[in-house]
Design a protein. Structure first.
Length: 405
């Protein structure tokens, strides 16, 4: 049973008011709110068994280590990875992509090689590759997008050459909500033996992700966008790559034996987890995955889909709105502009009505450039949002039009 009232009561912050009005939180693409059981799991870690992991023989360290490794197993099961060795805890999506860009780059990229990304990427899936290409003298190539925001898939085969070493693609665009056919893209790349990194920052929380079924070589996401704590994220990588790639950072835990002459490295996954990781964050994130698992990914997708269609229909009725990412295959993100009103003005007026939406380029300036704009208003909805909240957004947009036109 999908009980929206019960679900909303699981999230303490949703009960608050902003400027004396009920909070309408439509900024879930940027970060999601936390259910009480995630907050409790984090508090419990600090309250009752806090101690550093993997380092002590004492009781508390043993409990912390056990909970951390249990969290790894929960992540493995959630994305259906083959082995816990393939689950690396990082600080988030950005950290995971930087790790792969650096480490994969060190091992496999040489002068003149090519890296393929898409025009739909968040800056986090552009800049680390650009930095690596600059360092290695490699070339960054970009799969373009169509007017409806979908990827121009015909170009994939055209852009792949004998020099292409890796393809990086977002599962879902944070800026315009478009879902990419990642399985198809991976299949196309694999025909040429090219590994694929999928940026799952906006994919993991909206539908089932099965990395073995996708055959993704790398799949990355952030805890804070999947109802977990900030400062924790995941890098899933196929074992064959992770075994072969050199460590990214050096320090404690990632070593086997250290001497001044030579250091040998720890086995997976610890080889990529230098220093004290955010183990409390990992425990909180695993609790969040359990929580959304208990609601059911199918229920989440169904509710979010209904919200998207309702919002699109209601907003269209207002007139004067231009939508970006009009292809049918999208998540519950609506990215739009209202007449010629600047998105910041709209955002400020909506804020005063208690409606939190995002304005600007959404860390995806090339997407905005593609459409000849400098930003949009983005309403990103999730399973705890309601149609009543969409009505409040629509009232807000009407007010924006009344005040600004
Ligand atoms: N990739 C996408 C598609 C995103 O939406 C985001 C965040 O908005 C990121 C990467 C970066 O995530 P983080 O800031 O959690 O590292």
């Amino acid at each position: 049973m999908f009980d929206i009232n019960k679900i909303r009561s699981d999230f303490p912050v949703l009960a608050r008011e902003v400027y004396g009005k009920p909070l309408v939180y439509f900024d879930n693409g940027a970060t999601t709110q936390k259910p009480a059981r995630v907050i409790d799991a984090v508090r419990e870690a600090y309250d009752s068994y806090y101690s550093n992991i993997h380092r002590g023989v004492h009781a508390l360290s043993d409990i912390s280590s056990g909970k951390y490794e249990n969290a790894r197993e929960k992540v493995r099961a959630f994305i259906n990875a083959e082995s816990k060795k393939e689950i690396i805890f990082t600080a988030g999506t950005t950290a995971s992509i930087n790790l792969v860009a650096f480490s994969f780059g060190e091992r496999y990229i040489k002068k003149g090689d090519e890296v393929l990304i898409t025009a739909l990427e968040h800056h986090a899936n552009i800049v680390p590759w650009q930095m690596m290409c600059e360092r290695k003298g490699a070339v960054l190539k970009v799969i373009p997008i169509n007017d409806d925001g979908s990827l121009n898939l015909e170009k994939v085969n055209e852009l792949i050459t004998g020099k292409t070493k890796i393809l990086a693609v977002t599962h879902v665009s944070n800026a315009i909500g478009v879902i990419n056919p990642v399985k198809e893209i991976i299949e196309a790349a694999h025909k040429h033996n090219i590994p694929v990194l999928v940026d799952g920052a906006q994919g993991i929380q909206h539908g089932h992700v099965d990395v073995m079924d996708l055959e993704a070589d790398f799949y990355v996401f952030s805890g804070h966008k999947v109802y977990g704590p900030t400062g924790i994220g995941v890098l899933y990588g196929k074992r064959k790559w992770l075994e072969d790639m050199p460590p990214y950072q050096g320090g404690g835990d990632m070593v086997d034996r250290v001497s001044f002459e030579k250091t040998t490295y720890n086995e997976l996954p610890f080889k990529f987890e230098a220093g004290t990781t955010n183990f409390v964050g990992a425990i909180g994130m695993a609790e969040a995955l359990d929580y959304i698992g208990s609601i059911g990914m199918d229920n989440i997708s169904k509710h979010e889909n209904e919200l998207k269609h309702y919002a699109k229909e209601r907003l269209e009725q207002l007139g004067g709105l231009t939508f970006y990412g009009t292809t049918a295959n999208t998540i519950s993100i609506l990215s739009f502009l209202v007449d010629n009103i600047h998105q910041y003005d709209a955002g400020m007026i909506l804020d005063k009505m208690g409606v939190a939406i995002r304005t600007g380029s959404h860390c995806a300036q090339p997407v905005m450039s593609r459409f000849g704009i400098d930003g949009t208003i983005r309403a990103s909805m999730c399973f705890y949002n309601t149609k009543e909240e969409i009505d409040i957004l629509c009232e807000g947009i009407e007010k924006v039009k009344m005040m600004m036109l």
